[in-house]
Design a binder for this molecule. Structure first.
Ligand code: ATP
Ligand code: PAU
Ligand code: K
Length: 280
C-alpha cells in the first residue's frame, strides 16, 4: 500500500452552506459536519441502534452538537443500510430542526449507472464509495477503481469511470469472523485483531492473529487479483473502514488507504447533486 493519501479536492469554487453528513452502518453511525468549503470540521461515531425513535435521534444529534459547541446546519445528506434508522433520522432532522435532507438511493441518483440485476438493491454506502472514488479515478487517470470497505461486512465495490457501479463482492467482516469463531470454541481467548510477528504462531493468541489477520489479508489480495483479472483495463484499489489500517502494509494488492472515503463520498455526492440542480 502507498502511504495515507487523499485525492479529494478540499474546497469547491464557491462558499457553501455547512452540511451534516450521516453514514448509518449496521454497527456504527458516523456523523460529520462540513464548513462552507465542504471540509469536515467535526466527526462523531455512535452505535447504530435500531430501537431509537425520531425524538431519541433528535436528542442525540442536539447533544453531539452541544458537546462540540457547534451550530446545527440547515441541510443534511444521509446514507443508511440499516432501516428504519435512516428514515427516523430524516424525520428527526426535518421535523425537529427544519433541515433540508437528502437520502442516498440508486433511484435518487439518476447520473449513476447501477449495472446490477436489481439496481434498487445496492447498499447506499456502496453508492457513497462510488462518489468517494471519483477523485482517485480522475487523479490516477484510471478506468476502474475497487473500493474495499471493511465494516460489519467487507464490501468490494467495483466502480467504472462515468459513475458506473459494476458490481462487487460481499465478504464476512473480520470482526464477525472472529466473533463466530470465539462463540463456537470454548478454549479460545478473545484477541486483538492485529498482525502477529510471524505466520507460524508460537502461542494461541499469535496463531489466532495469523489466521484472522493474515488469512483475511490473503483473502483480500486474492479477491482483488481475481477482480482485476476480470476487468478489461487496469484498476486502482482503495481500502477504507476501521480494519483497513490493520492491513496496511500487509495487503499487496491495495494501492491506497483512505479512512474517510465513505464520508467524503457522501459530501461529493451532495455537491454534485447541488451542481446538477444549478443551486450554488
Ligand atoms: N483500529 C482498529 N483496529 C482493529 N480493528 C478495527 C479498528 N477499528 C475498527 N476495527 C474493526 O474493523 C471493522 C470495521 O470497522 P468500522 O468501524 O469501519 O465498521 P463498523 O462501524 O464496525 O461497521 P459498519 O460500517 O458496517 O457499521 C470492525 O469490525 C472493527 O472491529
Ligand atoms: C453489504 C452492506 C451490509 C454493507 O454495509 C450494505 O451495503 C447493504 O446492505 N447492501 C445491500 C446489498 C447490496 O449492496 O448488494
Ligand atoms: K461503513
Amino acid at each position: 500500500m502507498r502511504p495515507v493519501t487523499s485525492a479529494h479536492a478540499a474546497s469547491p469554487a464557491h462558499a457553501a452552506q455547512p452540511l451534516l453528513v450521516i453514514d448509518i452502518g449496521n454497527t456504527s453511525t458516523v456523523l460529520g459536519l462540513t464548513d462552507g468549503c465542504r471540509a469536515l470540521v467535526d466527526t462523531w461515531r455512535v452505535r447504530t441502534n435500531r430501537d431509537l425513535l425520531p425524538d431519541d435521534l433528535a436528542r442525540q444529534v442536539r447533544s453531539l452538537f452541544a458537546m462540540s459547541g457547534r451550530e446545527l446546519p440547515a441541510q443534511a445528506v444521509l446514507s443508511s443500510v440499516a432501516p428504519p434508522v435512516g428514515e427516523n433520522y430524516v424525520q428527526a432532522l426535518e421535523r425537529r430542526f427544519g433541515m433540508r435532507t437528502f437520502s442516498v438511493s440508486s433511484a435518487a441518483l439518476p447520473q449513476v449507472s447501477v449495472e446490477l440485476d436489481d439496481p434498487a438493491g445496492v447498499g447506499a454506502d456502496r453508492l457513497c464509495n462510488l462518489f468517494g472514488a471519483q477523485p482517485y479515478l480522475e487523479r490516477e487517470n484510471a478506468e476502474y477503481a475497487v473500493v474495499v470497505d471493511f465494516g460489519t461486512s467487507t464490501n468490494f465495490d467495483v466502480i467504472g469511470r462515468g459513475h458506473r457501479f459494476l458490481g462487487g463482492i460481499l465478504a464476512t467482516g473480520a470482526q464477525v469472523s472472529a466473533d463466530a469463531l470465539f462463540a463456537r470454541a470454548a478454549k479460545l481467548p478473545r484477541i486483538a485483531l492485529q498482525a502477529p510477528p510471524r505466520t507460524i504462531g508460537k502461542n494461541t493468541v499469535q496463531a489466532l492473529q495469523a489466521g484472522l489477520v493474515f488469512g483475511y489479508a490473503e483473502m483480500v489480495d486474492g479477491l482483488l487479483r481475481r477482480t482485476r483479472a476480470e476487468l478489461d483495463a487496469p484498476a486502482i484499489t482503495i481500502a477504507t473502514g476501521g480494519f483497513a489500517s490493520v492491513l496496511q502494509g500487509i495487503c499487496t494488492e491495495v494501492d491506497f488507504y483512505d479512512e474517510g472515503l465513505t464520508l467524503r463520498g457522501l459530501i461529493e455526492l451532495w455537491e454534485q447533486r447541488e451542481r446538477g440542480q444549478g443551486q450554488p
